[in-house]
Design a protein around this ligand. Structure first.
Ligand SMILES: [Mg+2]
Length: 377
């Protein structure tokens, strides 16, 4: 048995060339919390958290580290359940702060992912092999079309056509940040630039209420849209998604902002969501992602995690029927951490992710890069 001996968190930050906007928010830099779990027999496992605010998540990782020291490092489900149980009322102890739930779910996820890495390293197997998957290329698409101040509204068309030139067979355009008329222009120009054979997804970043989204879905339908992602405002519920799904033939994608399998379930069963994007690096880790994926598979919903193709490929590979794709960045400038923090990882090439046979996540970290990009907290 390997016991958990130490838990450490490394906050990494890197500046972007331009301030980039989605419909929801702007970004001048990217950050990532690397979680390291060390066992008493010297195995180091790594997990990642990409939610916010990072300094708070780091504190929760450290706090939870004290809770799990001495636990069986292979018993990741027991660790997960213990940490989650702390968020609900306990006799004479109470539950952890209600206001900190998103950061807590992020921290649980980081530790959980590090334990999966340890499980792979202990068994000397990649995680996709622990799940019984074959080593086959996993489909991936490229995301772009972020808003940059001072650029032409339709510059996204050339940008996404560039991704296609680089080998991507499917692309995703950020929408919802300009007026409806301008957005239809952007979609039209992008479809014209990429041609009729490339799949075009739209990511709305929660831009609309129901009436506006009915209008938007109708306006973009002529441009052969593969999915509408995160279409509705953050406070709208599965029942609202269900109404949207009934009103448009364009499939809905959702899940990156969900924190547990219970809300993910409701979007799939009541919300008409046909592409599930639950993100292990944002909330609740790979253990919960796997539960969500099994539920999706059963519900006839396609599995397509948000972000981190080098990690989520292990999940998609394990569902040959309903595993659809992972998300990649179209531009190298979009995430300097992703470009810089690895010496080795699954390779993204010609719209596919090629996994290696290294144990755990199959990643090798570049500590020179990480140490030179540590945040000061
Ligand atoms: Mg999205």
């Amino acid at each position: 048995m390997s016991k958990i001996a130490a838990v450490k968190a490394y906050p990494i930050v890197a500046k972007l060339k331009n301030v980039q906007w989605t419909a929801q928010e702007s970004r001048a830099e990217v950050d990532l919390l690397l979680v390291e779990v060390v066992t008493d027999d010297g195995i180091k496992g790594y997990g990642q958290v990409t939610s916010t605010p990072m300094p708070d998540i780091k504190k929760w990782v450290e706090r939870f580290g004290e809770e799990v020291i001495g636990m069986d490092a292979l018993a990741r489900v027991a660790v997960w359940e213990k940490l989650l149980s702390m968020t609900s009322p306990r006799p004479n102890l109470g539950g952890l702060s209600r206001g900190a739930r998103p950061q807590i779910m992020g921290a649980i996820g980081g530790i959980d992912m590090a334990l999966w890495d340890i499980a792979g390293k202990k068994a000397n197997l990649p995680i996709f092999r622990l799940l019984g998957a074959e080593n086959k290329p996993v489909f991936t698409y490229a995301t772009g079309g972020y808003y940059v101040k001072g650029t032409k509204i339709t510059s996204c068309a050339d940008e996404l056509a560039g991704f296609v030139k680089n080998g991507f067979k499917a692309v995703k355009l950020k929408v919802g940040g300009a007026t409806m008329v301008e957005e239809v222009e952007r979609v039209k120009a992008t479809r014209a630039a990429i041609g009729p054979d490339i799949k075009l997804k739209l990511d709305l970043n929660a831009a609309y209420d129901l009436p506006a989204c009915y209008e938007f879905a109708k306006a973009v339908a002529p441009y052969d849209i593969f999915w509408l992602e995160e279409p509705l405002h953050w406070y709208l519920q599965p029942v609202d998604f269900g109404k949207l799904a009934a009103a448009t033939a364009i499939p809905l994608a959702h899940g990156e902002r969900e924190m547990t399998r219970f809300t993910a379930r409701d979007y799939m069963t009541l919300g008409g969501v046909r592409y599930m994007m639950f993100d292990a690096t944002r909330y609740a880790g790979f253990t919960e992602s796997l539960r969500v994926a099994h539920m999706a598979d059963q519900a006839g919903v396609m599995i397509t995690p948000h972000h981190s193709p080098e990690l989520h490929c292990h999940l998609v590979a394990a569902f040959p029927r309903t595993g659809y794709a992972v998300e990649s960045h179209g531009s190298h400038d979009r995430d300097p951490i992703w470009q810089g923090m690895y010496l080795d990882r699954a390779e993204v090439k010609d719209s596919y992710v090629y996994m290696n046979e290294k144990p755990g996540w199959g990643i090798e970290l570049d500590w020179k890069f990480i140490n030179s990009h540590l945040a000061g907290y």
